[in-house]
Design a protein around this ligand. Structure first.
Ligand code: ATP
Ligand code: MG
Length: 403
């Protein structure tokens, strides 16, 4: 299958939202239209499942790549609309018997239009008998070579051969907004992806150590934000010059505490930006015990200064699982390009794995932490970034399979 005119999409979790269902569905349809902008869409409607009708055939791989960024969609199904009656269904199948191949086959039917005169089972039996008689192919319900799927909806009868996994989750923009602390690494973009998957819109903040680290790492973070912006259309990134603050921590505070103190400064600053931009939480890419600064003790001490919930969607995942998410999000390839992280700049030789809040507070008496947080917030440069072009989209596996 190369080109499609009609695509049906299913959604599960949205449907469970009771009284809010209409609101969720409107958000979902709006996000689908946004993702398909520029393609010749004729109509996106919701008779039973989402039905997307194009004015002319469109490359399936392009449609699939775009719809894979619309959270809330579970199955993406390229379909053919064959009409509204059983006779039309049979007539269509009769004209396409040569596409069934040589092996065995099965017919499966789902009927959401209960006014249709045949039950699902009757459709399966009648159409199965018809195909068998016309082609001589054997029916095999357990392991069919080819499956003919029929959907009977109140807006018509649809046929398909294969369905593809969508991204799942909840529609973007239905769960508030959060601010992601984004480094150039693999983890924080994966954390951003998982947060968006639950419907949360995102802003981003990045701390850099220019001129001690190169500008290339800022460009890299911008590129990652552009890739993540595909899931919400566009995004805002605050770039914070962190080097001077780091230097003061280095000259005034005990060396082993550096990383925890850097993080506390980052969180203080991020919390200010979050409050100003109505973000309800901060998000980081930390996973428990991955590195010295990510022990539970250190996380507790770091969180104390945020005064906002700090979400850590990767907390229970190992590196392989995180990489799989980054690949799915489309950020992995960019994340693995070499970069200089601001925390490797002036990195202590023996960072603490556990520390007490009191110890940090004493160390911070040597520097004006609130003054720094205010200055860093004001020095932050805001950049608005549009989504990366679709041409560079990493396709979900299986997208090209089937026919
Ligand atoms: P990542 O792969 O996201 O860089 P990491 O495994 O390298 O994470 P750390 O370097 O300890 O772990 O960073 C932990 C988290 O702190 C990051 O996931 C990110 O949320 C935040 N963080 C680290 N460095 C920066 C930075 N320069 N700017 C913004 N946030 C940062
Ligand atoms: Mg990192």
């Amino acid at each position: 299958m190369e080109r499609v005119e009609t695509v049906i999409a299913t959604y599960h979790e949205v449907a469970l939202k009771g009284g809010n269902r209409g609101w969720f569905e409107r958000a979902l349809l709006r996000n689908i239209r946004t993702a398909l902008r520029g393609l010749p869409v004729r109509e996106v409607s919701l008779p039973a499942r989402v039905v997307i009708q194009f004015a002319q055939p469109v490359a399936w791989l392009e449609v699939y790549a775009r719809l894979s960024t619309v959270f809330g969609l579970n199955n993406l199904i390229p379909v053919v609309r064959v009409g509204t009656t059983y006779e039309e269904l049979e007539g269509f199948v009769a004209a396409h018997l040569d596409e069934l191949g040589e092996g065995s086959f099965a017919v499966r039917c789902k009927r959401s239009d209960k006014r249709f005169p045949l039950t699902s089972e009757e459709v399966c039996r009648r159409l199965g008998a018809f195909i068998q008689k016309a082609t001589g192919l054997a029916v095999n319900l357990e392991h069919p070579g080819t499956t003919v799927f029929v959907l009977v909806q109140n807006d018509g009868i649809y046929l398909y051969r294969q369905r593809f996994p969508g991204p799942g989750g909840l529609p973007m923009g239905t769960s508030g907004r959060a601010l992601v602390l984004l480094s150039g690494g693999i983890d924080s973009p994966a954390a951003a992806y998982l947060t968006m998957k639950r419907g949360v819109a995102l802003h981003y903040v990045h701390f850099h150590s220019a001129p001690y680290t190169s500008d290339a790492s800022i460009r890299k973070v911008e590129e990652i934000v552009r890739l993540l912006a595909r899931y919400q259309g566009s995004a805002r990134l605050w770039v914070v010059p962190f080097a001077e603050c780091q230097r003061e921590i280095v000259t005034s505070c005990p060396e082993p505490l550096r990383v925890v103190l850097y993080r506390r400064m980052m969180l203080r600053t991020a919390a200010r930006i979050a409050r100003r931009t109505r973000c309800l939480a901060l998000v980081t890419g930390e996973s428990l015990n991955q590195v010295a600064s990510q022990t539970l003790e250190n996380m507790a001490v770091i969180d104390r200064v945020a005064h906002l919930p700090v979400l850590r969607p990767l907390v229970g995942l190992d590196k392989q699982e995180i990489i799989a998410i980054a690949e799915r999000a489309g950020t992995y390839e960019v994340s693995i390009l070499p970069h200089q992280d601001c925390c490797s700049f002036l990195q202590p030789r023996h960072p603490v794995t556990r520390t007490a809040e009191r110890t940090c507070q004493r160390a911070e008496e040597a520097i004006d932490v609130e003054g720094w947080a205010r200055r860093l917030q004001h020095q932050a440069q805001e950049i608005r970034l549009e989504a990366a072009p679709w041409g560079s989209m990493a396709l979900p596996s299986g997208a090209g399979a089937g026919q």
